[in-house]
Structure formats: structure tokens, C-alpha cells
Design a protein around this ligand. Structure first.
Ligand code: F6R
Length: 618
């Protein structure tokens, strides 16, 4: 939700900031801006639209003058419509201070009124312009340095933020602060240069040394000096930990694919293999996960497991409900984090909460974790982004190891989340004897085949593309599945909605007759998962009901199926596996289908309108 990219050092700042913004564009892309300090003046360029639009207007602009300090922003609007004026960076009233901000200042209106009473005039509708003028007001009033002014101002604001502030009258330093939104500081050799960004991707080719600020911390970054970090609220000093980044440039580039989403769909065999690595030991009939072993008693004696997540991660949580209850016979509830956090849930220290998040930064999930912890629950995280807020806030957890996911529509994050959750379900099932040794060992051997089966399945791309061509102009679609594949139907519908803007609904197949069947006619395609085993015969009946009403059926079936083939308009085959493992396969055709439909409709696949990859606001 908004991306920040800034630089202070000896290199030309413009290309570093612009390239950084491009890499962060998945976080927000409705408007953007850049400020380059040319040694005297702050050159500002802002525009509605994408970073490529910003490049167009800055191409022959003053902003490209040599300047070694700069900051930029790519926005996902909260206060004020996306337009040039509301884009960041924002100047203070005097024009001496400049800020970029990710987050929301909730009491901005009160502060704004006070500042207006003192003669401040605001150009934009943003809370951010209010914040930078508040910092200026405090600086004047207290006659203090920028860092102190930032600190005093932040102590009067309510909300969430990651900010980067610069004062042109003191041009050797940048101040950054964080509460609720991530910020990383890349530290150059001998502290000669620093990079500031919402994640480490903008500076990966310059330095592998990064400091991740924790919540309620701020840093004073001065050329040639060690970064000074202290708490925002009580002034106590913090020893910053410099982490070595594992990420490499290749992982955050498209690698020959037209879109990140397509690349990430195709990366799934490797991503799932990486999730297995060191954990799935099929030849030893073992699953090794120290985070579960270390807390095994807790898991086995839990009253229940509550899974909290949002969006696609919530769908992975629903799959986990089916898996854990089936394999380990432990009661599971799955909740939207955004509901859980506000509905005064009953949680005790005998409950285990599993929080699932690709980004590890989702504000609702983070708040729900804090609530669960405050009530004594043990919280286990399933995250992709290493070192993310959720990974740090949870008591224990497992990374999915999917690698960076940049396409806004989640793909490999989903399948790797299901992979980790399947391993957990199997491990718990084995530990409490809900699964026989034979069943457990059989699952491990079938699991091991999954990456190859996904690889095989990806070869259906052209076939799926031809189906996409038939249904690309549909205005409504239905997605049906049962049991383990009901959440996959929800996820399939979400993928289509997100990137093609076609309305789609996911339903448990048998629920269709309780309402959605009224929608069925020859213009309404139904995508249905009808794999063998599971509830095959029941789903076949549902397909018949749809066909009887002239509905179009696109069915995902098990290889060799003949019964559905006879009645469906199109079939897509998946390889044979255990029913509980099919979500790892049935998901793939739905991902490809949404992708091709969105491409055919000319939509921006990687950056769909109104969405952002990491939702760090409520
Ligand atoms: C959908 C999608 C979103 C996210 C949701 C949670 O493709 O990406 O629905 O799943 O915003 O995000 P994380 O998993 O980062 O907490």
C-alpha cells in the first residue's frame, strides 16, 4: 500500500529512485512522484498514473539534474483522489521539508484545523501534507533538529505510517520512521550511501546489508555515520541489526515472461519444491518442521485451531481447515482477520491461532494477531516474506519460501501456503495417530510427485487459452467445487474478478441449488471442479442440473475421466493424486484461465485497478 524509495549518497539519485519505484509499483500505482535535491533546490515532479508516466514528464526535466539525494513514492490513494496534487512527495508550508508517507493519519483533520488556525494553507487533500506541516510547525516552535521535530510530531498523531523526511536546510540527513508500515534501510559501504524503501527490492544490486525498522522506531540517516535508531515514544536507543539479504536480482525480474503473474504461475513447481526442501523427507517417511516439533504438545492439546487471514491467504486457510480436521482431527475455525479483530472473539490460552500472509504486512492480519496474543493464544505464522512484520510478531511459524511474488494476483503464494499447511496437517495427524503409518507414508509419496505434476499440468496452457477465448466476454461466471476444492472455487472466482473485472462467484457445488442456480442460462459459464473420488457423483449431478438449464460447463476432471467429458462443454484434465492434495493441482488451470482472459481483454494483469499487493491499511 504505497511504495517509498529514497536515496542519499554519492550516486545520481534519479535513476535509483525511479527504478526503485518501478520495483515497488506492485504496492500502489494510481499516482506517483519524485523529488531530487540538486544541491540548492528540491525539484519536484508528480503525476497521476504510473511510474512510466512520471518518467515521461521527467525525461527532459530539471529533475534529472545531478542530485545525490532523492525520494519518490508510488501511491494507493487513501485520502484524496489520485491526481497530481495529491501525489507524494509533499512539501511543508515553507517548502523546506519534504515527505513521502505510506499509511494513514487518522486524526489528520483535527491537526489540519489547528494548523489552518495558525495560518497554514494546504494544497492537497492528503493527510500526508498535514503531517509534514505539523513537523515544520513543531520544528519552528521547539527550535529543534529535524529528527526531534519528527519524533514530537509523531507522538501527537494517531494512525499508521512509514515516512521519509528531508530538510533542504540540513541536506546531509534523512529521517525515517515506522509504525505499522514497513521500511527498510539499505546500508552502503562505509556508510557512504543509504537507500530507503518499503522493501529491499529497490537496492538489491547496490547492497545486501539492510536494517528493517521495527514498529515505533525511527532512524536518523547521515552520510558517513552509522544509522542511529531510537524509539519514537520513549526516546530509548536501539542497536540496529544489519541483516544480510538473500534476495537476488533475477527473482524480481520478469525473466522473459510477459507478466510477473505468468512467471509466478510457471514458477510453482520450483516454489513448491523449495517449500518441501528439508521438510518433506519421503524416503524416511518423515516430515521435519522444527517449528511444529518444538510446539507439538501445544498443538496436540489445543482446544481448537483458529486460522486468520485475508483474501487468497484466507482461501488457503479454508483448505487447511479441511486438511487439518480430516488428517489430524483437531477442530479448526477460519476467520477473516478483519472481522476477527473487531468482533470480540472468545480466545483462550488453549487456542492456537495460525496467521497466513504472503506479504506478512497485511494490517488486518497483524491486528488480529496482536489481539489473539493479548488473550493468551499461541500464534503461529505462515508467511512468504522473510523478516516481515507478521513473521516477527508471531510466536513461531514456517516460511513458504515461494520467493518474491510481484504480480498483484497471488498465485505461487497460494499453492505454497497450501503446501506448508498440508505438511502441518500431515505432521499433526501422524503425531496424534489420526493417520495410520500407511496413510501418512502414502501421502508423503504422493506429495513428492506434486511439483512434477504441476510442471506437467502447465503444458495445458494452450488448451486453457482456447477456452479463455470462448468465455472472455462473459459478464458473470460461477465457480463450483466441493470439499477440499470448495476453497479453490472461491480462489478461482477471486482470480478472475481481480484481473479481468468480470464478476465471478465461488460456491460449494451443492449450495448452487439454494440460489445461484437462478442465474444459470446459456450466457453464464460455470467452472466446476469434478475430480474423481471426493464427491464426484454429487458434483456430476450438479453439472447435469446446470446443463438442464442450458448453462455452459467447463470442468476440471481427473485424467482419463469419461463421464463428465460427455456432458461438459470443455474439460481440463489434472493428474491423479489423493483427493486431499488436489487443490495444489486444480488451482493451476484457474490461474491460467484468469490470466489469459485478462490478457485478451487488454487488462493490466500485474497491476489491476484499485488493488495493491500489500494491504497495510484497514
Ligand atoms: C489476491 C490477493 C489478496 C491477498 C490479501 C492478503 O490475489 O493477493 O487477496 O491474498 O490481500 O494478503 P497477504 O497474504 O499478503 O496477507
Amino acid at each position: 500500500m504505497c511504495g517509498i524509495s529514497a536515496y542519499i549518497g554519492f550516486r545520481e539519485a534519479y535513476p535509483i529512485v525511479i527504478n526503485g519505484l518501478k520495483r515497488l509499483e506492485y504496492r500502489g500505482y494510481d499516482s506517483t512522484g519524485i523529488m531530487i535535491f540538486d544541491g540548492e533546490e528540491m525539484q519536484l515532479s508528480k503525476t497521476k498514473g504510473k511510474v512510466s508516466d512520471l518518467e515521461l514528464i521527467t525525461d527532459n526535466d530539471e529533475v534529472r539534474k545531478k542530485g545525490n539525494i532523492g525520494m519518490g513514492h508510488t501511491r494507493w490513494a487513501t485520502h484524496g483522489v489520485p491526481n497530481d496534487v495529491n501525489s507524494h512527495p509533499h512539501f511543508s508550508q515553507s517548502g523546506d521539508l519534504v515527505i513521502v508517507h505510506n499509511g494513514i493519519i487518522e486524526n489528520y483533520d483535527t491537526i489540519k484545523k489547528e494548523l489552518i488556525n495558525r495560518g497554514y494553507i494546504f494544497k492537497s487533500d492528503t493527510d500526508t501534507e498535514v503531517l509534514v506541516s505539523l513537523i515544520e510547525e513543531v520544528k519552528k516552535r521547539e527550535n529543534c533538529k529535524l529528527g526531534q521535530a519528527v519524533q514530537l510530531a509523531l507522538n501527537t498523531v494517531i494512525g499508521a505510517y512509514a515516512i521519509t523526511v528531508f530538510d533542504r536546510t540540513k541536506p546531509d540527513e534523512i529521517v525515517v520512521a515506522r509504525l505499522g508500515s514497513p521500511i527498510a534501510i539499505g546500508v552502503g559501504e562505509d556508510n557512504k550511501e543509504f537507500f530507503i524503501a518499503s522493501d529491499a527490492s529497490p537496492f538489491i544490486e547496490y547492497t545486501k546489508n539492510a536494517i528493517y525498522l521495527e514498529d515505533e522506531e525511527m532512524a536518523i540517516i547521515k552520510i558517513g555515520k552509522k544509522v542511529k535508531v531510537h524509539k519514537i515514544h520513549d526516546d530509548s536507543k536501539v542497536d540496529p541489526i544489519i541483516q544480510k539479504l538473500q534476495m537476488n536480482l533475477e527473482q524480481i525480474e520478469k525473466g522473459g515472461y510477459d507478466h510477473f503473474m505468468l512467471k509466478e504461475i510457471h514458477e510453482q513447481p520450483k516454489a513448491i519444491t523449495d517449500t518441501f526442501r528439508g521438510r518433506l523427507l519421503a524416503d524416511k517417511n518423515m516430515i521435519k518442521m522444527s517449528s511444529i516439533d518444538d510446539n507439538l504438545d501445544r498443538f496436540l492439546n489445543a482446544n481448537r485451531i483458529i486460522i486468520i487471514a485475508c483474501g487468497t491467504s484466507w482461501h488457503a486457510g479454508l483448505v487447511a481447515e479441511y486438511l487439518i480436521e480430516d488428517m489430524a482431527r483437531i477442530p479448526v475455525e477460519v476467520e477473516y482477520a478483519s472481522e476477527f479483530r473487531y468482533r470480540n472473539p472468545i480466545i483462550t490460552d488453549k487456542d492456537i491461532v495460525i496467521a497466513i500472509s504472503q506479504s506478512g504486512e497485511t494490517a488486518d492480519t497483524l491486528a488480529a494477531i496482536k489481539l489473539a496474543k493479548s488473550k493468551g493464544a499461541f500464534v503461529y505464522g505462515v508467511c512468504n516474506v522473510v523478516g516481515s512484520s507478521i513473521a516477527r510478531e508471531t510466536h513461531s511459524g514456517a516460511y513458504t519460501h515461494a520467493g518474491p511474488e510481484i504480480g498483484v494476483a497471488s498465485t505461487k503464494a497460494f499453492t505454497t501456503q497450501i503446501t506448508v499447511l498440508t505438511l502441518i496437517a500431515l505432521k499433526l495427524g501422524k503425531a496424534n495417530n489420526s493417520l495410520t503409518d500407511d496413510a501418512f507414508n502414502n501421502y508423503l509419496h504422493k506429495m513428492q510427485l506434486i511439483p512434477k505434476q504441476v510442471q506437467e499440468l502447465l503444458k495445458i496452457d494452450e488448451h486453457v487459452k482456447s477456452i479463455a477465448a470462448v468465455y472472455k466476454d462473459a459478464t458473470n461466471c460461477l465457480y463450483l467445487g466441493r470439499g477440499f476444492n470448495f476453497p479453490v472455487a472461491l480462489e478461482g472466482a477471486l482470480k478472475l474478478k481481480e484481473i479481468s473485472y468480470i464478476h465471478a462467484e465461488g460456491y460449494p457445488a451443492a449450495e448452487m441449488k439454494h440460489g445461484p442456480i437462478a442465474l444459470i442460462d446459456e450466457n453464464m459459464p460455470t467452472f466446476v471442479i469434478a475430480t474423481k473420488k471426493g464427491h464426484y457423483e454429487k458434483v456430476v449431478s450438479n453439472i447435469q442440473e446446470i446443463k438442464a438449464r442450458s448453462g455452459k460447463i467447463i470442468a476440471i476432471v481427473t485424467k482419463g475421466d469419461t463421464q463428465v467429458r460427455e456432458i461438459a462443454d470443455h474439460v481440463i484434465e489434472i493428474p491423479e493424486t489423493e483427493e486431499a492434495l488436489t487443490p495444489l493441482l486444480t488451482t493451476i488451470p484457474f490461474q491460467l484461465l484468469s490470466y489469459h482472459i485478462a490478457v485478451m481483454l487488454g487488462k493490466n494483469v500485474d497491476q489491476p485497478r484499485n488493488l495493491a499487493k500489500s494491504v497495510t491499511v484497514e
